[in-house]
Ligand binder design. Sequence first.
Ligand code: SF4
Length: 266
Amino acid sequence: MKPYFAFQWHITDDCDQRCQHCYIFSENACRQIDSMDWEQMEETFANCLDFCQVHSRSPYFYITGGDPILHPDFWRLLELMKENAVPFTILGNPFHLTDEVCARLKALGCEKYQLSLDGLRETHDWFRKPGSFDITLEKIQTIKKAGIKAVIMTTVSGTNIDKIPALIDTVVEHEADVFAFSRYCPTSGEKDVGIEPMRYRQLLADCDRKFKAYKAAGCRTAGWRTCSRTGLPMCGCVRWSATGSTHSLRSVQNVSCWPGAGAARQ
Ligand code: SF4
């Protein structure tokens, strides 16, 4: 089996939320919702497959937006993935997930569905929208019931860093398959929320302790990796593991690519 080469593909800006920290909608940058048309999508997909063939890699896609399910050709794209036996993960919202939708995702080859949680109820709903926290937790089981792995991803900033340990407990309680986090890069109105290096290091140490305690207790939620250099935990998410190695292909629009990111498939 060739090593994976992962592409994160933003197919649309369309989304039911307007998160405080969203880079698409920050500072009114998105004046009109942009989406790729079907011709562009077919061409992009073919370019990615060509790229993998040339570099002797197996393609893996992280399909996102916006909320990718809102793209009019979302299902058509997944059919294309299936026809080409290309595995993929969806990074999306919880609002349009039903048992039927998740069964269809599974039938088309979806391996993981990643949802975001940015704190406990009050903090998360402030970042995203009222009700978002509860529906996100509820949909973990909808995803799992269909045989898809449920991933919870948190963007850590100065606003929510104190909530992360309690959030981990909540995610474990709701039986997510994977918990991952990454550090917020200020892009919008939320600029004054930086984290001092030692505070972030403390978070990593706290998470490592929690991870070890949960593991010893037989917890099935996967969490972090340990950095071989520092011995500190690293988040198991592809975004994190690929930090510093983001590439772009000139011929491929709306796609960012991470060599070796397939190692993070869980
Ligand atoms: S859900 Fe994602 S795409 Fe939608 S507003 Fe929030 S961060 Fe942006």
